[in-house]
Design a protein around this ligand. Structure first.
Ligand SMILES: *[C@@H]1O[C@H](CO)[C@@H](O)[C@H](O)[C@H]1NC(C)=O
Ligand SMILES: *[C@@H]1O[C@H](CO)[C@@H](O)[C@H](O)[C@H]1NC(C)=O
Ligand SMILES: *[C@@H]1O[C@H](CO)[C@@H](O)[C@H](O)[C@H]1NC(C)=O
Ligand SMILES: [Zn+2]
Length: 384
């Protein structure tokens, strides 16, 4: 009967494990995301929106309810390879230290203003001029990229916003179907300090207060983007912040950027928004595709298999990859399984010890009774 109890216990644990896993995965927050493109100079007046109430954006900014919204989850298996996608060529990105660039904390993001001499000269039907770049991030616990790759967030994301040269300026272009082209890239954690990002991040403390700005020397902004621009995803979407205009031809690079742990922490822990709250988790939740598809400029995995992301280990606090919409990250799922199996093992061990102890007691009792020459006899009869 002990054995029966033991198996019942095993079964019970199994049921618990099976129940716990799906239950917690469906309760995973898909909230706390958001951000925007800051297409133009939508400035202080658009401060009545925030990331914690992003589900209400649509009541004021109706485009936010549209069917071509950003960001999205990029399902790599569903991406359609398009051999005809023109590759992207940039010009004028190699700025010199003069003139200086304006860096600002607008209460929603950290934004660097860019001159129109920076431009995308091929890759689209027209030349697109740069206007600004900005970032989206989370916290140490919660990676904050806007786009996700197979439902996984990266720690942060950079957006370089360009507008179609056929329009006079970005505010005119911002609500036109062919108005904007955003180049986006994922930011992960690497071992090295990223010197190019440091040109921006070293000025963070100068703009820690909302609605403040500073000037930083110009530098080669090409180095803020990944080394390779060859492999990218393309889809039609929107600004990821109110007013959510559906005017963005999106490019998300497959190659990623890395910054050091310290640099990412600086981004996450320095800027303040209204009421002196830390400005973080400025990412919008992934939006539905509504029949859109994602095309890719590549079909194969890259040849050089040198992952630039620091490998995540069990004790690594940078377990900065998490499932986004309704689903635990691999890591969390792994943890639950590990705990479950650990528990299972412990209980099994306990049950077995109890069983063995019982047997031994019986045996010693038997030995006492028989006094001598007792050969151990398996207690097979017990359970019959
Ligand atoms: C986005 O750019 C691609 C490449 O030039 C082009 O084929 C596509 O029509 C553009 N999409 C929109 C919505 O402008
Ligand atoms: C943008 O261009 C439009 C049309 O030429 C003009 O009316 C508007 O003042 C410009 N806005 C800015 C901020 O330059
Ligand atoms: C890059 O592409 C590979 C191959 O499709 C994919 O496994 C990987 O998740 C992609 N990473 C990013 C950041 O797009
Ligand atoms: Zn953005």
């Amino acid at each position: 009967m002990l054995r029966t109890a033991f198996f019942t216990l095993l079964l019970l644990i199994h049921c618990l494990v099976l129940r716990v896993a799906p239950a917690s995965s469906s309760s995973e927050e898909d909230d706390g995301s958001s951000e925007q493109e800051h297409a133009g100079h939508k400035k202080s007046h658009s401060h009545h929106w925030g990331y914690t109430d992003q589900h209400t954006w649509g009541s004021v900014f109706t485009d936010c309810n549209g069917k071509s919204q950003s960001p999205i989850d990029i399902n790599t298996k569903n991406a359609i390879y398009d051999s005809k996608l023109p590759s992207i060529a940039l010009e004028g990105y190699d700025l010199t230290d003069q003139p200086a660039l304006t860096l600002l904390n607008n209460g929603h993001t950290l934004q660097l203003m860019l001159p129109p001499s920076m431009r995308i000269v091929s890759g689209f039907d027209r030349v697109y001029y740069a206007a600004q770049l900005h970032f989206h991030w989370g916290t140490v616990e919660e990676p904050g990229s806007e786009h996700t790759i197979d439902n996984v967030h990266f720690p942060a994301e950079i957006h370089v916003v360009h507008y179609n040269s056929k329009y006079a300026n970005i505010s005119e272009a911002a609500n036109k179907p062919d108005g904007l082209a955003v180049l986006g890239a994922f930011i992960g954690i690497g071992l090295q300090e990223n010197e190019n990002y440091e040109r921006i991040l070293s000025a963070l403390t100068d703009v820690s207060v909302e609605e403040t700005k500073t000037e930083i020397p110009g530098f080669n902004a090409r180095h803020l983007l990944p080394n390779s621009l060859e492999r990218f995803y393309r889809y039609t979407g929107s600004l990821t912040t109110p007013p959510c205009f559906q005017s963005v031809n999106w490019t998300m690079f497959n190659d990623t950027i890395t910054v050091s742990r310290r640099q990412l922490a600086a981004l996450e822990d320095t800027l303040k928004m209204e009421q002196n709250q830390l400005l973080r988790k400025n990412f919008r939740a992934p939006q539905l595709l509504h029949g859109r598809y994602v095309v890719s400029s590549f079909s194969e995995s890259p040849n050089q298999q040198t992952p630039k992301i620091v490998p995540l280990t069990e004790t690594d606090p940078s377990t900065r990859v998490r499932a986004s919409t309704g689903g635990l990250g691999e890591k969390q799922r792994g943890d639950i399984l590990a705990i479950a199996f650990g528990g299972l093992f412990a209980v099994t061990l306990l049950a077995f010890s109890m069983y063995a102890f019982q047997q031994r007691k019986k045996y010693s009792k038997f030995k006492k009774d028989a006094r001598q020459n007792v050969i151990y006899k398996p207690a097979s009869k017990e359970e019959a």
